[in-house]
Design a binder for this molecule. Structure first.
Ligand code: GLN
Length: 503
């Protein structure tokens, strides 16, 4: 079997039993990057020398009979708004082009402590603002299922890297859907953890009260493995919950019979007919597995998008003040101090980011604050309460992960309203601070391409174990065909050297 066809679980076992070295695994993925990334553009930076050193350290430990940790030798691609010591951290922006991180984010430190190999930094919408990875200053990432389409965003590079077989695992961030929507567009799994479960220390802030860090993987098990490594309290992040990580991978098996699943009508508005059809098939599969599926209503979700864009932009306008050419970022030449600030920001930041900063500044102005920002905060409280109430009756809430499959590059970037409205399904989860998994549920034929679409499984705060268990069990039912399609897509994308494995 070729390495890129192998489940992460098996790769881990082969490394720890010595059948294959961490270095061989890394070289395989570096080769895949060389072959495929010229087409996909998922990576901003490949950390070749650093990754090779880390892999040889893992191999040395294994040779000495020591355990390098639960992720020994597994390459992980990391969204470029998460700091990795000695690597760039552009957040997809020109203003941060030449900055090198002097430290590891907590999530990265935890991965490295467990033997993971950080293979590269992935492309993203500038400062995580967007849903298509088209606003990056480092070019557009292409969807490996159809190179004329977007990979989703803002963590489009991470999702495309995993889907195309350039990394077995990846980290992303999710403020309003940036893990779940790209997971859906790429036919892989992605988890937005409960707010506060994973430390944000060392992660470039977009909207601090909504930002979360989470895993991407081909399977639910892969996401559970990565979450297990990065979750848990961190004194460096005051918003991090006083909770320790759970052994999520150990809690995947078990019964899902009798789980009560709510389907909010509001999350089906505007969903494309073929996606809706796949969703209904999936609901039937869940019922056949013994889950109790019932329609429900969460009326305030209809106001989620408007409230989100007021809150997220307000927070961004404050968080991004530090990118001024003095504290952070490239400094423009100028004669006066004012001119230096204006030019540094004007030249370094892209249009979408500038628009959000202006919008955020506007909603926070004294005359506007009550009318817009406070009103949005009230909507947020309503959404949170509605979720709390719904979770009195349901264990899980489900919906499609995106109203449609991946759209064509260029189609929506000139139509931002349509782009913003498509976040309707994912945004309420961040507003309520709860957790949600996005996993592939099927395919849609679209203009000659077969494109994946995803299911969103929303859970109570810190109830990742139930969300992951439901996803894992469902995957056993519907996952085989999805994996097969993924293999075909990867073959079409480009040949990758066979990996010699001793059987
Ligand atoms: N698309 C949303 C936005 O542009 C969400 C982005 C995110 O989750 N980082 O703000």
């Amino acid at each position: 079997m070729e390495l890129w066809d192998m489940p992460v679980k098996d790769i881990l076992e082969h490394i720890s039993s010595g059948e294959i070295s961490a270095t061989e695994v890394l070289e395989h993925y570096l080769h895949a990057i060389r072959e495929k990334d010229s087409q996909v553009n998922a990576l901003i930076e490949v950390l070749e020398p650093m990754a090779r050193m880390d892999a040889s350290r893992v191999d040395a430990l294994l040779r000495e009979g020591q355990s390098p940790g639960a992720l020994a030798g597994l390459p992980v691609a990391v969204k470029d708004n998460i700091c990795v010591k000695g690597a760039g951290c552009t957040s997809g922006s020109k203003i941060m082009e030449n900055w090198v991180s002097p430290y590891d984010a907590t999530a990265i430190k935890r991965l490295r402590d467990r033997g993971a190999i950080i293979i590269g930094k992935t492309n993203m919408d500038e400062f995580a603002m967007g849903s298509s990875t088209e606003t990056s200053a480092f070019g557009i990432t292409k969807n490996p299922w159809d190179l004329t389409r977007v990979p989703g965003g803002s963590s489009g590079g991470s999702a495309a890297a995993v889907a195309s077989g350039m990394a077995p695992l990846a980290l992303g961030t999710d403020t309003g859907g940036s893990i779940r929507q790209p997971a859906s567009f790429n036919g892989i799994c992605g988890l937005k953890p409960t707010y506060g479960l994973v430390s944000r220390y060392g992660v470039t802030a977009y909207a601090s009260s909504l930002d979360t860090v989470g895993p991407f993987g081909e399977t639910v098990w892969d996401c559970a493995l990565l979450l297990e490594a990065i979750a848990g309290h961190d004194p460096m992040d005051a918003t991090c919950a006083l909770r320790e990580a759970v052994a999520y991978t150990k809690r995947l098996d078990g019964s899902v019979e009798g789980l009560r699943v709510g389907v909010p009508r509001e999350l089906l508005h505007g969903v494309a007919a073929p996606v809706k059809a796949q969703f209904h098939n999936t609901l039937s599969a869940m019922e056949n597995m013994g889950m109790i599926v019932e329609e429900t209503g969460l009326p305030s979700l209809a106001y989620g998008v408007e409230a989100y864009y007021a809150i997220a932009s307000a927070e961004a306008s404050s968080n991004l003040a530090r990118f001024d050419g003095v504290r952070f970022g490239r400094r423009a030449a100028a004669d006066t101090l004012d001119e230096m600030y204006t030019r540094s920001r004007g030249e370094g930041l892209g249009r979408e980011v500038i628009k959000r900063i202006l919008l955020g500044t506007f909603v926070l102005e004294p005359g506007n604050k009550d009318r817009y920002f406070m009103q949005a905060a009230r909507v947020r409280t309503l959404i949170k309460r509605e979720f709390e109430k719904a979770f009195e009756n349901f264990d899980l809430i489900v919906s499609p992960a995106s109203p449609d499959v991946a759209f064509k590059i260029g189609d929506r970037i000139r139509d931002p309203l349509t782009m913003y409205l498509a976040d309707l399904i994912t945004i309420p989860v961040n507003m309520a601070g709860v957790c949600a998994l996005s996993m592939p549920m099927g395919f849609v034929d679209c203009g000659g391409s077969t494109l994946p679409c995803g299911l969103q499984i929303i859970g109570k705060p810190f109830d990742e174990p139930t969300v992951l268990r439901a996803g894992h069990c469902l995957e056993q039912e519907i996952g085989a065909g999805i994996r097969e399609e993924m293999r075909n897509m990867r073959r079409k994308l480009g040949p990758v050297r066979e990996c010699e494995l001793v059987d």
